[in-house]
Design a protein around this ligand. Structure first.
Ligand SMILES: *[C@@H]1O[C@H](CO)[C@@H](O)[C@H](O)[C@H]1NC(C)=O
Ligand SMILES: *[C@@H]1O[C@H](CO)[C@@H](O)[C@H](O)[C@H]1NC(C)=O
Ligand SMILES: *[C@@H]1O[C@H](CO)[C@@H](O)[C@H](O)[C@H]1NC(C)=O
Ligand SMILES: *[C@@H]1O[C@H](CO)[C@@H](O)[C@H](O)[C@H]1NC(C)=O
Ligand SMILES: *[C@@H]1O[C@H](CO)[C@@H](O)[C@H](O)[C@H]1NC(C)=O
Ligand SMILES: *[C@@H]1O[C@H](CO)[C@@H](O)[C@H](O)[C@H]1NC(C)=O
Length: 414
């Protein structure tokens, strides 16, 4: 009985996911033509190719998180001095979907929390340092609309230090490319909601209700990922529509309903095989983001209530893990990464994000490329989006952690 009602709720929330996807097609951005003859040579030590910016990157000892520190265990502390790292006004690259304040959200505490790991401090985010590390390189986020939020977050964290005219955002579906000319670097986003191929791969015109995943197909996507210096993968919420999902494996005509956990494992195996055959572990780095939690049912953190994440202004204190974050999926990720012959770093951000029931876009996002109407806003039970996150917000912390790992692995030039 309970399972049934939960499934209904998952279903009823999906139109919101759809709405956010359509934003891609409607965002008004200044676009430039991609210079396709650009070549990105990887420099393992971060030295500039042309010698123009040949300064050695100095990652100081205090920038490096200790090997023994688990940065994913800790607490959110109030810090309105250091956070947010940017504002809605200062970043012209945010889509309307995530600018909660501008869209009318009355409270703003959600922007002022800093993640404090138990055993160490995250290095202070320094956009120039990151740019030096990314000099001559491409960093690409691959995944769904949650991952797109992380892409936008990183662009906003960086962009303020780059003068006008020296940066550009281009849209070449299914990619978005933020270029930093001075550094010959790019931050990119690639739409692939299931990582493997599916009928939902068109970045703007894809069916949401009808899903068909090609569990053994990845090469069309893979062509675009080849040679990218830093790859950051994520895929979760699109799998969680129903307990089963239509998919093919082998013959493209042989459609079967798969148990979602089985299908997810097969998809990640396809991905793992692609990595092993296509990645150069000495020149490329691969990250995998654990699932981004949803806050669809308030009774999970507030027993007796029957709402969602709407009107939540504070993080959850103390232990909490919602049923929206599947431990079975977590185990699959764990198994696959353990068996991989190339190193993939799992950024296990699920628990820290679980606490942030206050940080979703709720009714201050978009639906079908438009802000919610007054009528829709008056019905948060049906219209609040408890999947996506406001920016600035939680995805900034995911990027602070990604930054910490990039620093940790970086070798200074001597
Ligand atoms: C920061 O938070 C403190 C403590 O809650 C508060 O007194 C102060 O006014 C806040 N400062 C700003 C700039 O919001
Ligand atoms: C799978 O496809 C069939 C035929 O289109 C459809 O009836 C069924 O509902 C689909 N199953 C799921 C889990 O979407
Ligand atoms: C799907 O797989 C999971 C784990 O293997 C199992 O617990 C669940 O019962 C399966 N569901 C169906 C509908 O077969
Ligand atoms: C992968 O990680 C292991 C353990 O941290 C390390 O010993 C090995 O050198 C790494 N391999 C590459 C190619 O970076
Ligand atoms: C939001 O929560 C506050 C208390 O935290 C309450 O006074 C208010 O009525 C709530 N608003 C809505 C629209 O539920
Ligand atoms: C991620 O962290 C959670 C606890 O926060 C843990 O239960 C889970 O096993 C971890 N996932 C992996 C793949 O290690």
């Amino acid at each position: 009985m309970k399972q049934l009602s939960i499934d209904r709720r998952i279903q009823s929330l999906f139109p919101i996911v759809l709405a956010s996807l359509l934003v891609l097609g409607t965002a008004k951005l200044v676009l430039e033509k991609l210079k396709s003859n650009h070549s990105y040579a990887f420099q393992i030590n971060g030295r500039a190719r042309d010698g123009k910016h040949g300064l050695a990157v100095i990652v100081s000892p205090e920038d490096r998180i200790d090997e023994s520190c688990n940065v994913f265990e800790g607490e959110w502390v109030w810090d309105n001095v250091s956070h947010p790292l940017y504002t809605e006004e200062s970043c012209p690259y945010l889509v309307k979907q995530v600018t909660c304040q501008r869209n009318g959200r009355p409270d703003s505490f959600y922007k002022n929390w800093r993640w404090q790991p138990n055993g160490c401090k995250l290095p202070r985010f320094d956009p120039l340092k990151l740019l030096q590390i990314l000099r001559g390189k491409r960093l690409m986020f691959v995944g769904d609309s949650v991952q797109r939020g992380q892409f936008e977050s990183l662009v906003c964290m960086l962009q303020s230090v780059i003068p006008e005219g020296k940066k550009s955002l281009e849209r070449i579906p299914p990619r978005k490319i933020f270029k930093i000319q001075e550094f010959d670097a790019s931050i990119e986003y690639y739409w692939a909601p299931f990582i493997v191929e599916s009928i939902s791969d068109h970045a703007t015109k894809h069916t949401v209700l009808k899903r068909l995943v090609k569990l053994d197909s990845i090469s069309t996507h893979g062509k675009h990922w080849k040679g990218v210096d830093v790859l950051v993968f994520e895929s979760y919420v699109w799998w969680k529509y129903k307990p089963t999902i239509n998919a093919t494996y082998g013959s493209p005509d042989d459609v079967e309903e798969y148990n979602v956990t089985t299908a997810y494992r097969l998809a990640l195996e396809t991905w793992a095989n692609w990595l092993e055959s296509s990645i150069n572990p000495y020149t490329q780095k691969v990250f995998f983001m654990s699932m981004s939690p949803t806050h669809l049912w308030s009774w999970e953190w507030k027993p007796g209530s029957n709402e969602n994440c709407f009107n939540e202004s504070y993080p959850i204190q103390g232990p909490y893990w919602g049923t929206g974050s599947s431990l079975e999926i977590m185990d699959i990720v764990h198994d696959i990464l353990e068996e991989l012959k190339v190193n993939v770093t799992l950024l296990n951000i699920t628990q820290l994000s679980e606490f942030r029931k206050d940080a979703h876009t709720t009714i201050y996002g978009e639906r079908k490329g438009k802000l919610l109407t007054k009528e829709q806003r008056s019905d948060p039970k049906n219209f609040a989006d408890c999947i996506h996150w406001c920016l600035p917000g939680v995805p900034d912390t995911w990027n602070e952690i990604l930054y910490a790992y990039l620093l940790k692995n970086h070798q200074n030039v001597s």
